[in-house]
Design a binder for this molecule. Structure first.
Ligand code: B12
Ligand code: SF4
Length: 476
């Protein structure tokens, strides 16, 4: 059987490369098309002639996915459309969409292979675990989820070759890898807390590939694609330092040696682990600060992290020459203009190389969604179809001083970098939202992302060309 994945933006989707590898191992063909890079999508699909078309969607991006599937169904009415990814997992009701035949919840390897095997054998696939399946009469089969695969080493290395037809992706010099799935924490704004509920009773949630597997996966990749930098995209790369990261780093230093970046939590770090990361090639980390107000950070956002822990980890990261991007969120329930300012001021004290700041999105399954619903802080009748693709431009949460807080988020990174601008920013945020603020935000964001990822201007411009609609501005 032939499965084609269609995506909008030119990012390597690690979910899709994982699915492609597993389906290939089971005798099926996988293809990929990037809509923004195709002149004539219909002709490109016709050339591949797929049996199944898959869409990997996050909340917000699902709106694009639904529209693309509708188009595809008009062109190819007999093709089976399947949606997977975080939005499909949390909102399987998207099966109600006219052009959606199947929705996959959670890990997709086994489900996709089962689906393709059944189609090949001409058998019904209405009972495949993890899938919601819609019949032609509209009846929906909502199948239970299968146990979580505990041995991630069982899967083949992700198949990046499906992107090879796009030179601007193929020749990228930075690549993402994941060493596992899950996160032990339960921050209220994060999808993990909801995913744990969905996967309760299905086995240990936080799982990792063995260090040996990770190193061999990177080696096999480097044999085909030369890289300059590696990004470990695990949500929390350092959890159990001595048991996992230390042996991984020892092998990494010896066999890979490329500069890399990763995501960390301040309270899981120590001087020993930071020095070890630096000596192994870690040149940048992303670290959640979330709010400069401890009440907001811990009581509302459930981060359970003190100012002191963040300040100390920051000191050590800079001591060992590691660049830092902090992550911050403005607009959570209870946010005031004062607490939002505290976040900016705390970041200015931390002096990160880039202060990344988004507006809260109460995504399906998160504790913060329960809270804003309980407090009546969403517009009446709000449904997930109203999420925009980007968390940078707007928030549906109704908070006091929303206009000022939304403006502050746009000017946040330059306020942190140039604290002497704070008095000007204080006045400027009273203005109506405007294109100039958006432009300042995008320009500074682009510059900082290039710097923190150590990207070349050429690479950056090529990606930018295909992601020009990335910052959805529909609300302005
Ligand atoms: C890497 C990453 C990115 C990368 C690459 C995105 C991409 N398209 O691949 C970048 C930085 C570009 C990115 C951007 C965004 N991201 Co992102 N990203 C991640 C991250 C950290 C890892 C994803 C990953 O590769 N995991 C490893 C693979 C193996 O797992 P997986 O993706 O879950 O795939 C498995 C299953 O989900 C399933 N599956 C996945 N796709 C499909 C498709 C089909 C057809 C089937 C059957 C199954 C299936 O099978 C896979 C194998 O088991 C996740 C957090 C996380 N830990 O998952 C956030 C995450 C997915 N991102 C998120 C968001 C919100 C975004 C943005 C919308 C942010 C924005 N701009 O405002 C954009 C969307 C951009 C886009 N066009 O896709 C949210 C989604 C929340 C939600 N409710 O949807 C997450 C969960 C993080 C968070 N903030 O909570 N992201
Ligand atoms: S925000 Fe980070 S630490 Fe918190 S649950 Fe999500 S991934 Fe884990």
């Amino acid at each position: 059987m032939r499965i084609l994945y269609i995506q909008k933006d030119p990012f390597v989707n690690m979910g899709v490369t994982a699915l492609s590898a597993y389906a290939t191992e089971h005798g099926h063909e996988s293809h990929l098309l990037i809509e923004n890079a195709e002149r004539n999508l219909e002709r490109a699909i016709r050339r591949i002639d797929p049996d199944v078309i898959g869409f990997s969607v996050t909340t917000g991006l699902h709106l694009w996915g639904l529209a693309a599937a509708a188009k595809v169904k008009r062109w190819f009415p007999n093709v089976v459309t399947v949606f997977g990814g975080m939005h499909a997992t949390f909102y399987p009701d998207m099966i109600k969409g006219e052009a959606v035949d199947v929705v996959c919840r959670g890990d997709g390897e086994e489900a996709v292979v089962d689906l393709l095997n059944r189609l090949e054998a001409g058998e019904s696939y209405t009972d495949v675990p993890n899938l919601w399946v819609k019949e032609s009469n509209g009846a929906v089969h909502r199948n239970a989820m299968r146990p979580l695969e505990q041995n991630l080493d069982k899967y083949p290395y992700p198949d990046r070759s499906i992107y090879d037809k796009y030179p601007f992706v193929k020749n990228q010099k930075i690549e993402g890898f994941v060493t596992g799935r899950g996160c032990p924490d339960n921050c209220s704004f994060c999808f993990h807390v909801g995913l744990k509920k969905i996967m309760k009773g299905l086995g240990t949630y936080t799982r990792r590939k063995s260090p040996e597997y990770v190193i061999e996966e990177i080696e096999s990749f480097l044999a085909k694609y030369p890289l300059k930098r590696i990004v470990f995209r695990d949500d929390t790369f350092v959890v159990t330092y001595h048991d996992y990261v230390k042996p991984l780093m020892a092998m990494y230093r010896e066999r890979i040696g490329l500069p890399f970046s990763c995501l960390i939590r301040a309270d899981y770090m120590s001087e020993e682990s930071i020095r070890d990361l630096a000596e192994s090639g870690c040149f940048a980390v992303k670290m959640g600060v979330e709010s400069g107000n401890e009440y907001m950070r811990n009581k509302i956002m459930h981060k359970h992290l003190g100012d002191g822990e963040i300040l100390e980890t920051m000191r050590l990261l800079h001591k060992y020459g590691i660049m830092v991007q902090t992550s911050n969120i403005l607009g959570s329930p209870g946010e005031t203009l004062d607490s939002a300012w505290e976040t900016l001021e705390f970041n200015a004290r931390l002096k990160p190389e880039h202060a990344w700041c988004s507006l809260i999105q109460p995504y399906p399954g998160t504790t913060i969604q329960d809270l804003v619903m309980k407090e009546g802080m969403l517009p009446p009748g709000f449904d997930p179809d109203e999420f925009e693709q980007s968390y940078f431009m707007n928030t549906p949460v109704d908070i006091e001083n929303k206009r000022e807080i939304s403006n502050l988020q746009k000017l946040f990174p330059i306020g942190v970098r140039y604290p002497w601008l704070m008095p000007v920013i204080k006045e400027a945020i009273k203005l109506p939202p405007n294109r100039a603020f958006n432009l300042v935000f995008k320009a500074h964001y682009a510059y900082s992302i290039m710097r923190i990822n150590d990207m070349e201007v050429g690479d950056f411009l090529r990606i930018g060309l295909y992601t020009r609609n990335y910052f959805n501005q529909t609300s302005f």
